[in-house]
Write a protein that binds this ligand. Structure first.
Ligand code: NAD
Length: 510
């Protein structure tokens, strides 16, 4: 079955880790793609060297000259065809995401659906790259602003969304007239290579030049640094940890480039006395256990009113006991493995830290063993009772740990909620209108995403996605996120026979 998937996605034999429409003969070291499901190697990739990165960047720059001159709605037509190509490979690409990253099949296919949705969205956007017009203070003058393509865009992605995050960036960037160089996580290179095989076919069929969509796979010390320090790449969009974001932010700012940063989250749900607990438990389970706690929007903290705390804990313990852990390719599985043993170790370290500080494990947290579980990558999801001030609660541990915190007043709940460095996603479960409105007001959640009676994870592509504080401030996907991928130009046209300066300034020799 695995062989069928790899064959359909043209992934047989050793893969090249760099290409710009066709694959280069790379000269870097060979990297293995190991499935967290059973520890088996599913492919080998020859990584890109600095010289390979240079070829790719040069091609992306050349292609930009052609692509930016294609009218935006015609660029949209190419994006439409790319979306259809994703439709054709949804099953296989979704299965590869499961194989290489370890998320359950439904979520793997969900990622590809997100790529399709992004393509559809970008097709429409290609006809809506709107600028404003302004009334000039000078007689006989007209002012307006317009948006131009910005250049080649570097897109750096995290392991946990091996294909969808690239599409949030790439589909909009294509509609905007940019070319895209992708550096995926070295933990999931095959997903990126398969994606390129799908999209290059569309570009070739349309007689478009190489370099519109490119890929560089390799160590971040080599390919990542080459990308972020390249002054020919005006925008770097990076998704990953806060540590990575700080480094990339500083490096790109140093050369006065632009960044779009999508970094870690530490997302909480507040559950109030009036909440529908059944609804809340379903949302918490999906948010905390889905993708084995490896989503940037994973629910990591639960802030619960004292009065309903015992009932909610009881319901959660029951729900957690029914979570089927195992092979993510099997339909009945709800939680697959963590990405690698390192991630399991971080989870164990965090739990020890929590307990040392007075936290109490109410459920799970064990490493599983026996059969498939001997990979050491499977754990039971954990519920840990904690105080709001535990230092570990303020960190993002990329694993299924849910910290429970009690509160008395809504003001106290919001204070606990906002007392972490990250600011990505947030939610409140309540049927009390005032509490909901306070939470959504500027006195409430300080996150980029704030939901009422909807959990923290599973955002739709139509809204702008991203967060505040250590999450980096970037916005991707829907709404007006497209503006980040274009440069703004303010234009003034004088259709009179005079030259009146603005602000009434007199500047005449006679
Ligand atoms: P990571 O920071 O280890 O790596 C992310 C990407 O950055 C990888 O491609 C990596 O190779 C690259 N990278 C790391 N250092 C670099 C450098 N110095 N120069 C250039 N590239 C560099 O993150 P990860 O473990 O792959 O992913 C998990 C993290 O990503 C979590 O913190 C999660 O919250 C975050 N994430 C955020 C979002 C979001 O939209 N906010 C989405 C998904 C994941």
């Amino acid at each position: 079955m695995i062989e069928d998937i790899l064959r359909t996605l043209s992934l047989t034999g050793e893969q090249s880790g760099a290409g710009n429409g066709s694959w280069l003969t790379c000269t870097g070291e060979v990297m293995e793609s190991v499935s967290p499901i059973d520890g088996q190697t599913i492919g080998r990739v020859r990584s890109a060297s600095r010289e390979d990165c240079e070829s790719v960047s040069a091609a992306a720059l050349r292609a930009f000259d052609t692509w930016k001159m294609v009218p935006a709605p015609k660029r949209g037509e190419i994006v439409r065809q790319i979306g259809n190509a994703f439709r054709a490979y949804k099953k296989e690409l979704g299965a590869l995401v499961s194989l290489e990253m370890g998320k359950i099949r439904a979520e793997g296919e969900g990622e590809v659906q997100e790529m399709i949705d992004m393509a559809d969205f970008a097709v429409g956007q290609s006809r809506m790259l709107y600028g404003l017009t302004m009334h000039s203070e000078r007689p006989g003058h007209r002012m307006y602003e317009q948006w131009h393509p910005i250049g080649p865009v570097g897109v750096i992605t995290a392991f946990n969304f091996p294909v969808a995050v690239w599409s949030w960036n790439a589909m909009i960037a294509l509609a905007a007239g940019d070319t895209v160089i992708w550096k995926p996580s070295s933990k999931v290179p095959l997903c990126a290579i398969a994606t390129m095989n799908i999209v290059w076919k569309v570009l070739r069929e349309n007689g478009l030049p190489e370099g519109i969509l490119s890929l560089v796979v390799g160590k971040h010390e080599t390919v990542g640094e080459a990308l972020i320090s390249d002054p020919r790449i005006p925008l770097i969009s990076a998704t990953g940890s806060v540590r990575m974001g700080r480094h990339i932010g500083q490096t790109v700012k140093e050369r006065l480039g632009k960044t779009l940063l999508e970094l870690g989250g530490n997302n909480a749900i507040i559950v109030t006395p009036s909440a529908n607990l059944q609804l809340a438990v379903r949302a918490i389970l999906f948010g905390a256990v889905g993708t084995a706690g490896q989503r940037c929007t994973t629910t990591r903290r639960l802030i619960v009113h004292q009065s309903i705390y015992p009932a909610l804990v009881e319901a959660l313990l029951k729900a957690y006991s029914h979570v089927r852990i195992g092979d993510p390719l099997e339909e009945s599985t709800l939680m697959g493995p963590l990405i690698d043993r390192e991630a399991v170790e971080s989870m164990q370290t965090a739990l020890k830290h929590a307990q040392d500080e007075g936290g109490r494990i109410l459920y799970g947290g064990e490493i599983l063993s026996g059969g498939l579980f001997d990979t050491g990558t499977y754990v039971t999801p954990c519920i840990c009772e904690a105080g709001p001030d535990l230092s570990i609660v303020k960190e993002e541990t990329f694993a299924p740990i849910l910290y429970l915190i009690r509160y008395d007043t809504i003001e106290e709940a919001i204070q606990y909620h906002n007392a972490v460095p990250q600011g990505l996603s947030s939610a409140i479960f309540t049927n009390n209108l005032k509490e909901a409105e306070v939470f959504l007001s500027h006195r409430g959640s300080d996150c980029g995403i704030a939901n009422v009676n909807v959990g923290t994870s599973g955002a739709e592509i139509g809204g702008a996605f991203g967060g505040e504080k250590d999450t980096g401030g970037g916005r991707e996907a829907g709404s007006d996120a497209w503006k980040a991928y274009m440069r703004r130009q303010t234009c003034t046209i004088n259709w009179s026979d005079d030259l009146p300066p603005a602000q009434g300034i007199r500047f005449k020799t006679t």
